[in-house]
Design a protein around this ligand. Sequence first.
Ligand SMILES: [Zn+2]
Ligand SMILES: [Zn+2]
Length: 173
Amino acid sequence: MFIDVEKLKLDKLLTRHYDFTVNLPQIIVGQEKVAFNGPIKVVADATFTQKDVLVEGKITARAQVICHCCLEQFILDIETPLMERFVTTAQYNLLTEKEQQDGDVNWYQNGQINLEPLIEQALYLALPMRAVCKENCQGLCPRCGCNLNLNKCECKDQEIDPRLAVLQQLLKN
Ligand SMILES: [Zn+2]
Ligand SMILES: [Zn+2]
């Protein structure tokens, strides 16, 4: 997952195309660990512009996430852009604090850009906080907890009017 800036410099203003696959261990999102099905694919163009290195591309991955409605695991296809600017550590240290914090610039050292942390971050941002398996997910029955996508429970039919429930209670007494 490294971009060799020395090689890029030889290309002058030409852009080099990269095609990576990475095996990321799971990433942590909130309380959950999210694992990926198969490798994460990264296609990117890197350009050395004399003053910085621009990396533009996209990341595709298949995340194993939990549906927030029915609590079943499902595969979520993720496609997210990767767009980052890199300068050397020396150049980075010359930036004002504000410029550093604006966040669209990263540093690299020893002529190598390590994309892995940025890929992890981009995936993290691309994962929804509340994933839902399908648009019409029926969720869980609030009474018996069965998955309404898979089962039909009797709870709905048994639901009685609260006014009738009071009557019923009176009759019992
Ligand atoms: Zn669901
Ligand atoms: Zn039920």
